[in-house]
Design a protein around this ligand. Structure first.
Ligand code: DC
Length: 218
């Protein structure tokens, strides 16, 4: 069983897929974390986005592990916190436009899910990674609401950023993610649209659980 959850930054995909995954015993795969790992590695190595050959070399040896606990390891190093920092936030969208990066991660995403029951979140899961997914959800919310949620998350992690900065980053990322040439952020035609702007986390979780369970019974 493959449940695809797509949507823009801050729509609540991470929180929702984690909880639905736990409830329904589905392996939770955060594909955004994979793009973040590649971005962090390029930053660590000081590689420019124009340096195609160097990026290719990095992709050949990169090892990304997504643990069931939610921890993320990059070449053996725990980078769970590092991949959420502003320097990664600001560069991840341009990195995710690079064709060789998408190609590599697409293959990895399909391999990880092979033979398993998964809930996979990202931007292009229902349209490109698994166009035949059993269930497709498109999770949305207004940019202002999403910025508010990100602010709260950042504060909890002890990170200081202004509301204006977070909102700008979100709007900028949405634009890039939905207008890029390869696998843009887009609702698949057969995806169920959920607007979470005025919903509590539990309400969205309930709705997704219900959708998955009704499909299982059929
Ligand atoms: O979900 P997130 O904010 O962690 O994702 C970070 C970036 O990664 C996002 O701005 C676009 C990119 N991404 C993508 O292009 N395709 C995916 N399936 C997941 C993320």
């Amino acid at each position: 069983m493959i449940v695809a959850v797509d949507g823009p930054a801050g729509a609540g995909k991470g929180t929702i897929t984690k909880q639905v995954g736990e409830r329904l015993k589905l392996l939770n795969i955060d594909t955004g974390a994979m793009f973040r790992c590649v971005t962090l590695k390029l930053l660590q190595e000081g590689i420019d986005l124009e340096e195609q050959e160097k990026i290719k070399d990095i992709l050949e040896v990169i090892n990304i592990e997504l643990k069931e606990s939610g921890e993320v390891f990059l070449n053996g190093e725990d980078v769970t916190k590092k991949i959420r920092k502003d320097e990664v936030n600001n560069l991840v969208s341009p990195v995710s436009v690079i064709p060789i990066v998408r190609e590599k991660l697409l293959a990895l995403q399909r391999t990880i899910a092979e033979g398993k029951n998964v809930i996979m979140e990202g931007r292009d899961i229902g349209t490109t990674v698994f166009p035949n997914a059993d269930i497709k959800i498109y999770l949305d919310a207004t940019p202002e609401e999403r910025a508010k949620r990100r602010m709260k998350q950042n504060q909890e992690k002890g990170m200081n950023s202004s509301y204006e900065e977070v909102l700008e980053n979100i709007i900028d990322r949405d634009k890039r993610d939905s207008t890029r040439e390869i696998a843009p952020l887009r609702k698949a035609e057969d995806a169920i649209y959920i607007d979470s702007t005025n919903l509590k986390i539990e309400e969205v979780v309930e709705e997704v659980v219900k959708i998955v369970e009704s499909k299982k019974k059929r």
